[in-house]
Ligand binder design. Sequence first.
Ligand SMILES: Nc1ncnc2c1ncn2[C@@H]1O[C@H](COP(=O)(O)OP(=O)(O)OP(=O)(O)O)[C@@H](O)[C@H]1O
Ligand SMILES: [Mg+2]
Length: 354
Amino acid sequence: MLFRRQKSLVGLDIGSSSVKAIELKPSGKGYRVSAIGVEPVPPDSIVDGAIIDGGAVADAVRRLFTNKRFKSKDIVASLSGNSVIVKKITLPAMTEAELSESIYWEAEQYIPFDIQDVNLDYEILDAGTGQDSQGSMEVLLVAAKKDKIADYTSVITQAGRTPVIVDVDVFALQNAFEANYGFEPAAVVAILNAGASAVNINILTGAQSVFTRDVSIGGNAFTEAVQKELNLPYDAAELLKKGHDVEGATYEDARAVLRAMTDNVLLEVEKTFDFFKATAASDRIDRIMLCGGASRVEGFAESLRERFDTEVERFDPFRQISCDAKKLGIESADDLAPVAAVALGLALRKVENR
Ligand SMILES: Nc1ncnc2c1ncn2[C@@H]1O[C@H](COP(=O)(O)OP(=O)(O)OP(=O)(O)O)[C@@H](O)[C@H]1O
Ligand SMILES: [Mg+2]
């Protein structure tokens, strides 16, 4: 393989509530985690995927790398939200050379930004050479705004590291899923990553991503609802949400609020699923893989299962990739597992090189 690199890369997930980093080492036929860390990001430093306070985010990243177990300075980061557009487009069948010539021109009609302002990437999903392709090909188009990419890479540079690749959250999730679960050729699997400000959704059929969307609601909305309903400071509401009693309120008081907010989030997920079913070739979802910090809200997974009458499984990014807490200087791998999938998928990028 032309691109096989010996040097490892660090996967860095710049989330709006915390930054997470993972580095991997080959181990047997697979990998093991050789370094891992999470550092909080101050509220409102990142809003809707846009970095508002670069200094604060860079500080968090710098704190991550005071952990000397991280060896490489080269970073794979990712974007999400409305600064990235992922679209499957159908074009007349053409050669790869023709496609690379015309992709900018073709992309223009699918992208709501000035084409000068975006970096484009694409992957041929179906070359159109098959019998039933009727002279058309399918291409997955990925466009990211240049200024957003620059904001993310500059934070990394400020923290003394070298940004090498900027990927997309939903694709990182897919990589992490493949490494830990493999693919069932005919299964329709929805990966849900419920973070602080968004739920990243990637629906796969076998190995192929057939639908992606980021829904702009997440853990913050739960905290804000608790804060408002129970008249608490933000920090107290955040603690209460996670099951700790605080001054002036007990967890029992928050239950109803959390349940109502879970319904709100699931309604958004349902709209996305409905849209997928109406527009894609498949009208079913066989399995939901669930991760992200907000998915730990009590009853979230159960509500998901009930609402969609679908198997819901906790997405464990350390299922096949060992994460030995003792050796890594962390308290418990299980605590990090729900928020580690994106960083793990990014760390895998060096070998997969998609
Ligand atoms: N035990 C818990 N119960 C409820 N919510 C939790 C729990 N632990 C973490 N959370 C919530 O999960 C969210 C953080 O999850 P995560 O780290 O996946 O988000 P992020 O990557 O920082 O955000 P985003 O990707 O949306 O920018 C926060 O809103 C946090 O309050
Ligand atoms: Mg996240």
